[in-house]
Design a protein around this ligand. Sequence first.
Ligand code: FAD
Length: 554
Amino acid sequence: MAQERATPPIVIVGGGPVGMMLAMNIAALGVRSLVLNTGIDSRWHPKGSTQNARTMEHYRRLGVAGRVRKVGLPPNHPTDVGYFTALNGRELARLPMESEADKMRRVQAAPVTDQVPEPLFRCNQMYAERELHAYMKTVDLVDSRYGWRCVAVADRGTHVEAEAEHVASGRRETLRCAYLVGADGGQSVVRRTLGIRYSGEVIDEAKANAYGTGATISTHLRAPDLYRRVIKQKRCWQYWIVSGKLRALLTALDGDSEFLFNTRCRSVDDPPDRDFIAQRLHDAIGEDVAVEYIGYWPWTAGQALVANSFGRGRIVLAGDAVHLFTPTGGFGMNTGIDDAANLGWKLAAMVQGWGGPNLLASYEAERRPIAFRNTGHAKRLSGSLADVPTAPEMDDDSEAGTRARAASREVLMGFGEEFASIGVQLGARYDGSPIIAGDGTAPPPDDPAIYQPTSIPGGRAPHAWLADRSSLYDHFGPGFTLLRLPGCRADERALAVSFARRDMPLTVYDVPVPEARDLYQRGLALVRPDQHVAWRGDALPDDCDALLAKVTGW
Ligand SMILES: Cc1cc2nc3c(=O)[nH]c(=O)nc-3n(C[C@H](O)[C@H](O)[C@H](O)COP(=O)(O)OP(=O)(O)OC[C@H]3O[C@@H](n4cnc5c(N)ncnc54)[C@H](O)[C@@H]3O)c2cc1C
């Protein structure tokens, strides 16, 4: 191996959204990490456009939510989902959705116990990633080397060695660290080095004729005339084209001139050329419009895959490296960012010495079931556009045309479920995890459309607004937080002593919101750094050391 040099204790391979968020979660607890990323900058090709409510909460916790909300679709741009025969043709159906400005007005006036302090935001990943990247570079405890590729990893038992290659020069360095994370996407070198495979539903191209499944060409384009000449008053976030001739999707990116255009193609290994895309785009729009092509990229849509393991020894995997989603519901990146929140504090705890021998294994125990849950929801929601009835006379002014459009509309209006997934977004639970001190209470049912706040250990800590309109979450510490709910007079000192003995961060917060007592149903709740409840009660347990040992994996 080439020359060795001192490295932060944690190396993250992959500086996509998951790798960057992981580094920031680790830094929040005072631990240094190094992010390696093949590209020299954050990605500049659009992928997902949904920063969901849980992701936005994580951004808020790490101080970057405000920055992200400034990019993406402008505040007053409609975020409706519209279905058209062609962009200049008939509107078949429209699922109305709040603009960002309306949403934020609603949040500002929301009741004290409202559960969505950071509503879902329609902002393409490439804009959000640029903000995350710029912010990450200001975080002292994150070293980043973009333009460096990891070419080999090896767990040596007491440490990990990684071989990093400077992409431009080919120069190599050996990095030595305590833990390494593969957040290197669907083609993960780290996962393949460990010999870990995905299981689940792969796409059989021979049968994949449904839209949203199989080989797809994704095109980033600029077309300033679209708004002025074609879209005019019909503004949406997504424009789905459903006709006898074509199924395609045009997504508004900046609300001005940039769009993402997705349509089926024959094969990802033999991607179509510009003429094919131009023809499909012409059919989708219904007329010629000047277009500047920024880039195009083939990918396989419609997968629901989960890795057989989330790591081995000192090497762990997160994000697309362990789960691949069909895009419906927009859960892919968001699930990865939730992985990062779960994993970040555990890795920091291992480096700082307060994480027990079972803590790292709890990451897979808690997150792999969520990967199955979320890929399952995405798959279930992928009601195929291919099944929407169409007819040649759909654009006609005739009675037959009216009938054909009504038949399509009836099916399309049922697609709204995809955009009502607050239960999926906020309802991830770690019941049965070895590091959750459950109290025997049955959790609420896992309903994709409903989130029921509860302090039953394992779930997200319920939210509340304070009188100054700060969020309860703004008062949590970077480590564990003990919440004392109104009316509870329990003395926290024994727990504080146990934390101090282990050199563990604890924040004690007296919640000043009377309504929060009903939400929490107990006087005390111990909340983890990832905002999940680890334990609750009306008085501290007799043995606080034993509680701490449990929740930190000893
Ligand atoms: C069309 C489309 C629509 C989508 N819509 C949504 C949506 O609405 N919401 C949502 O949540 N998700 C969506 N997704 C999924 C989302 O894009 C991914 O889940 C997300 O990007 C995964 O993030 P990641 O950081 O795990 O991996 P990636 O984003 O793939 O990042 C991995 C990074 O690792 C780097 N890398 C790879 N190998 C190496 C190496 N050997 N050494 C160093 N660096 C390496 C890569 O260059 C890359 O920067 C969509 C995906 C697609 C394709």
